[in-house]
Design a protein around this ligand. Structure first.
Ligand SMILES: C[S@@+](CC[C@H](N)C(=O)[O-])C[C@H]1O[C@@H](n2cnc3c(N)ncnc32)[C@H](O)[C@@H]1O
Length: 296
């Protein structure tokens, strides 16, 4: 994108050039990334780009786009550059204070909504530990109107983003945000009969794996959201130790784990008296979500 050629850069040409450039820089999904960045620079929806292919954006819009492309080429995640990420077909605000929602975490929402529909309890109580952007808590509240959700996190700045997302999706009144370490929430927010469903996507990467993470994750996503101590199980241990006492008699839990961690995480839960029913696989076939409950 040479400066002197700005006037001749149509949307179609900008996309074509940027796709090749980002591919050369090793970015995954270079076409989608180019479209998301250009839509952000133009302040329009991605789909509108297709009806404006032959239009040439204003010079300052091209300049804004060029800056975004530069940052993307340096492996800053696209979601942080555009400030948005889709999760469970809802759009979430994301900032570098929160983990970028991942598709595999949609399993937590899918399972919870199914369980709550079968349970037919009103209200139905859900607890999301380590809520981050609030993606799971908000999606559950959105797709199950009888749900009342307690969304907890140790990060004050993540909770601010999560609150924003709850308001954005009109579920702010049914989600209570709590700053707490793992299961250490105050007694006032625990329902009398316990939570019907506990969900968590805790930080689960082992510290020893820090350097094997791709740069876009390691250098940009919050360490607090990624690492679970020396073996990745530190927060999982806390959830296992303190979660069961706050669960309803027929309560369930869905806990996301790392690739290759399902067995050791299940053993931690079993050691604290939980029943590990099975482990659900994600879209890539990786054992990803532990299904847990009380022992009969
Ligand atoms: C992997 S991120 C998950 C965020 C969000 N639930 C999602 O799925 O995108 C883990 C979250 O747990 C929070 N966290 C880390 N340690 C915690 C702890 N000891 N207690 C509660 N939350 C914690 C982090 O701040 C982060 O928001």
């Amino acid at each position: 994108m040479a400066e002197s050629q700005t006037a001749t850069w149509t949307i179609g040409r900008l996309l074509q050039w940027t796709q090749g450039y980002l591919a050369d820089k090793g970015l995954e999904e270079p076409r989608l990334s180019s479209e998301l960045l250009l839509a952000a620079a133009l302040g329009c929806r991605k789909i509108e780009l297709y009806t404006r292919f032959d239009q040439a954006p204003a010079a300052e819009q091209v300049e804004r786009f060029r800056e975004l492309v530069r940052e993307a080429a340096g492996h800053k995640p696209i979601a942080y550059l555009v400030g948005r990420k889709e999760f469970y077909s809802l759009e979430f605000v994301v900032t570098p204070d929160v983990l970028i929602p991942r598709p595999e975490t949609e399993l937590l929402v899918e399972q919870t909504v199914t369980v709550l529909r079968d349970l037919k309890r009103e209200p139905a109580w859900v607890w999301d530990i380590g809520t981050g952007s609030g993606c799971a808590a908000v999606a559950i509240a959105k797709f199950h109107p009888a749900a009342r959700v307690v969304a907890s996190d140790v990060s004050t700045s993540a909770l601010a983003v999560a609150r924003q997302n709850a308001e954005r999706h009109g579920v702010g009144e049914r989600v209570t945000f709590v700053e707490a370490d793992a299961t250490e929430i105050s007694a006032e927010v625990v329902p009398t009969d316990g939570f019907d469903v506990l969900v968590s996507n805790p930080p689960y990467i082992a510290e020893s794996q820090r350097m094997s993470l791709p740069a876009n994750i390691r250098e940009h996503e919050p360490a607090l959201a990624l690492f679970g101590g020396a073996d990745g199980l530190a927060v999982i241990r806390k959830i296992a130790a303190g979660g069961l006492a706050k669960l309803a008699a027929d309560g369930r839990a869905f806990v996301e784990v790392a690739d290759g961690q399902a067995e050791s995480a299940a053993a931690v839960f079993a050691g604290e008296g939980w029943a590990h029913r099975d482990t659900l696989k994600d879209g890539a076939g990786i054992p990803r979500v532990l299904r847990l409950g009380r022992r009969p």
